[in-house]
Design a protein around this ligand. Sequence first.
Ligand SMILES: Nc1ncnc2c1ncn2[C@@H]1O[C@H](COP(=O)(O)OP(=O)(O)OP(=O)(O)O)[C@@H](O)[C@H]1O
Ligand SMILES: [Mg+2]
Length: 556
Amino acid sequence: MSEGTVPVLILKEGASRTRGRDAQRNNILAAKVVTETIRTTLGPEGMDKMLVAGMGDVVITNDGATIMKELDVQHPAAKMLVEVAKSQDNEVGDGTTSAVVLAGELLSKAEKLLDQEVHPTVIVEGYKKASEKALEILDNLAIPIQRDDEKVLRLIASTSMGTKATAGTSEHLAKLATDAVSQIVEERNGKAIADIDRVKVVKKKGESMDQSELVRGIVIDKEVAHPQMPKQVRNAKIALLNSKLEIEKTEFDAKININSPDQMKLFLDEEESMLRQMTDELVKSGANVVLCEKGIDDMALHFLSKKNVMAVKNISSGDMEKLAKATGASILASTKDIGRDALGEAKLVEEVKIGDDKLVYVRDCKDPRAVTVVIRGGSEHVTDEAERSFHDAICVVRNAIEDQKIVAGGGAPEAETAKQLREFAMKVGGREQLAIEAYAEALEAIPLTIAENAGLDPIDIMVELRSKHADAGNKWYGVQAKTGKIADMYADNVIEPLRVKQQVVKSATEAASMLLRIDDVVSSKGMKEGPPGGMPGGGMPGGMGGMPGGMPPGMM
Ligand SMILES: Nc1ncnc2c1ncn2[C@@H]1O[C@H](COP(=O)(O)OP(=O)(O)OP(=O)(O)O)[C@@H](O)[C@H]1O
Ligand SMILES: [Mg+2]
């Protein structure tokens, strides 16, 4: 603003603005606070979070993506970390906590460099170089695998699930995840593609997690449509219909004048015969199970039940598509198109009662291209968390099958990458060398945090880890949280897909660089109050510049 004269207003009244180092500091602080909250969940000994929503709903989880989503943070910089978790989750399904921890660490190392008067652009450039090099190092470290190597796939799934509360029974779920994904892999243009949307997950409270089951077919959350119909059909021939089995109502109102009981009877007979024709067509095709996306007329149900045909109505279109993939049936728009080759097959279709709910299981399809996993567990919190960790597990199995490259876990690849990055930094020299070294240190936060969460002394661990990695033969040494020792994680069967590790580097670097480039934060007046449901402590008093005062003391 010009001195001594009337200030020139370019922003609306009430808007606030933070600039330069203040803006950077505030953003970094907010990001660090978020990181602090979730870093304690990293690794197999990481703790869980209990998140209570406004309505009193409770979520208990260890999953980074879920915590970040439920936190409902308001600070714009903190929101960017939520985005990191989201993108990590979308891209690779696992490693969300690691990505946020790395991003937070990159920012706090950057803060130190800013204090030493290193310009943000230099830091961002250095980080970029470092991340490119890190991706290359990781790629060189990776071990190739066969995509049908069931043993390795299972280890990958159990490593991922072993860090969650469900760890105790994760072996069983890990096997289900491996079997499920292996079943739906397809070859496209010479590449293996595993579309995990084809693994349907159904969770039902009750029994224990060991009772969870892989169904080689689809489980539908519906019941058999008529009480007289069979509840079990063996060697099922399945017709899939996406039109209703009812008499079409005309689009506009029509009036029919009926003057005598005979005419009435004729009219009803005609309706009946149309329905009978439709059901006859179905029965003649050889179908003994009819699965319909829309409604089915009571009369039609009656006819079908007389012929011992099982029918289920109002199935979601998503389930219909999966049913087609699982049973090999084509989805028909009308019973007229039906022929034997349009029918799908399953060894058994049955209605099963779980608790109060009835479900229809389409089981034992021949080479199904879509499958279902039914997750059981003592309570809803258990099945919810099991579903989340199961999602991570099928994602990591998919990643490994598609890329056929793995690394060990337990912070080993991060420690090794850090070591090699330091050697690289020496070659680069100059101020960027500082940034690359800072990047290497930030990577070491992963093994350090795993160690810290396992109750180990981070400094001892770091010293030991670095001295191990000084020897090129020890590249897979990391923190074995189960024993509290530095160990060869590859030999210990702690294995992860390369894709997860690389995505952690990518998403964390992107977010950190973006925040570092910001040197001016302008917030409009409306932000002052902080939107409802914001962070406890009043959202962001004083606009975004008021961050430190706005955080609850416990979170600092
Ligand atoms: N037995 C083990 N000892 C040490 N570290 C392990 C062990 N098993 C897994 N890990 C490591 O734990 C880290 C993963 O922890 P966690 O699953 O809590 O977080 P994430 O995968 O980053 O995020 P999220 O699973 O929440 O999306 C990985 O670095 C993995 O190698
Ligand atoms: Mg994980």
